[in-house]
Design a protein around this ligand. Structure first.
Ligand SMILES: C[S@@+](CC[C@H](N)C(=O)[O-])C[C@H]1O[C@@H](n2cnc3c(N)ncnc32)[C@H](O)[C@@H]1O
Length: 400
């Protein structure tokens, strides 16, 4: 595969992306729907999983269906530091305190809880990181929350500041989030939110590479969206938001609600924040999670274990343009460690994972020839995805 021909702007954008990404917590929550993933993965008690950790929410979600082991892998040590903090919280905190920290996004006594109960259970990097960023969980300003920190959180904080300048839009969105029926939700969105929300200002902000970089979207991924959508990134996001608020019940959509409110609620939150699930994780399901700060390839080349379920998120969009050789090496390791009945799921800004076409394994075979895709199941699940910001959702069995 020819390396992505980089213009000066491209190289600059990539430098900016690498600079902010290599110093930051990018995802303070997982922006991929684990309820859809569970149906795609069809998890079994003996499954051994490799999951890219991101913010760790989905790792905790899969643990609730009790697979044998989940290897939570992420190359960004700040992402694994967040999962470590959640695991320490599950083991050391009572549910009310845990929900305040990761549900509300702040706790009045976070400092003492952290020092007395959590810090000792973290790795040196995670300890150093939360020593410096624990204040994100202390409500410095009224309405502040952990979910307004990190790169994606900073974009959410920017949108909150924008809504402060648009009180009519803000109250229309609040009414929308309170909707108890899809019919009422649609009416509020079409009549009050949509006409006020989409304007040149928001379109301009969404079409900036810096905004996308802060949302973890490097410019090859942004270019891909622009290539596929005649109205560019703003048009793509608008279409996704139209679908989410017109077709899926908002009252269970904890993804978009979080960034509009800065906090979860007891009846609109990830599964790990429900009391009965928190207890199940505390009673032992959380012990099935092993955290690894390294790349997917490094983990697979360093283990003798066989893996039956792979959750690769949309990280291949990151690698396919700039590191095709590294991606081919990663697929060699995946095929090498996969069980005979292994399954992989991943998302992409591309409808079709055509970046796999040119990838060759060391045995000369095309990666795509090792994959049996389930297009019908993907399509049937894609329409239920509450995040809905990925053009492609792919489910494939790895053939021998
Ligand atoms: C593209 S993001 C996916 C985030 C996801 N869409 C979400 O919303 O949670 C990729 C995640 O994978 C990690 N990552 C990227 N390339 C990786 C690799 N080769 N090995 C392990 N982790 C990787 C990044 O640190 C980041 O947390």
């Amino acid at each position: 595969m020819a390396k992505h021909a980089q213009s000066l702007i491209d190289r600059l954008d990539q430098k900016v992306f690498d600079a902010i990404y290599s110093r930051s917590l990018v995802y303070n929550t997982c922006w991929e729907d684990p309820a859809v993933d569970r149906l795609a993965l069809a998890l079994r008690p003996h499954d051994r999983m490799l999951v890219i950790a991101s913010a760790g929410c989905n790792v905790l979600d899969y643990a609730l269906v009790a697979p044998a082991v989940i290897h939570a892998v992420d190359a960004n040590p700040r992402q694994t530091a967040l999962l470590e903090l959640k695991l320490a919280g599950i083991r050391q905190l009572e549910f009310e305190d845990f929900f305040a920290v990761f549900g509300d996004g702040h706790h009045p006594r976070f400092g003492s809880l952290y020092r007395e109960l959590l810090r000792a259970h973290l790795s040196p990097f995670a300890r150093d990181y939360w020593d410096r960023h624990g204040h994100w969980f202390c409500e410095i300003d009224p309405g502040d929350s952990f979910y307004y920190h990190g790169l994606s959180g900073t974009v959410a904080r920017g949108f909150r500041a924008y809504l402060r300048l648009r009180p009519a839009l803000r109250s229309a969105i609040e009414t929308l989030l309170e909707s108890s029926s899809l019919e009422h939700q649609c009416r509020i969105y079409d009549r009050d939110v949509r006409p006020q929300l989409w304007g040149n200002g928001l379109n301009w902000v969404l079409s900036r590479q810096l905004t996308m970089s802060m949302l973890g979207v490097p410019h090859p991924q942004k270019k891909e969206v622009e290539r596929q959508h005649e109205r560019g990134v703003a048009g793509f996001v608008r279409e996704a938001v139209d679908y989410v608020f017109r077709s899926l019940p908002v009252r269970t959509n904890y993804f978009w609600t979080l960034y509009l409110r800065g906090r979860y609620s007891a009846d609109c939150c990830p599964e790990y924040l429900r009391p009965e699930n928190f207890s199940a994780l505390k009673r032992g399901l959380a012990d099935r999670i092993e955290v690894h700060t390294c790349t997917v390839t490094e983990f697979l080349q360093g283990t003798r274990e066989r893996i039956s379920r792979f959750v690769l998120l949309d990280h291949m969009d990151w690698m396919s343009s700039y590191y095709p050789e590294a991606l081919a090496e990663e697929w060699d390791a995946i095929c090498e460690r996969a069980t005979a009945d292994a399954r992989v799921i991943f998302r992409s800004a591309r409808r079709e994972p055509d970046y796999l076409d040119a990838l060759r394994l060391v045995d000369g075979r095309a990666v795509r020839d090792r994959l049996q895709f389930h297009e019908e199941l993907s399509a049937a699940l894609q329409v239920r995805d509450r995040v809905h910001t990925y053009a492609g959702f792919h489910i494939a069995d790895i053939r021998a």
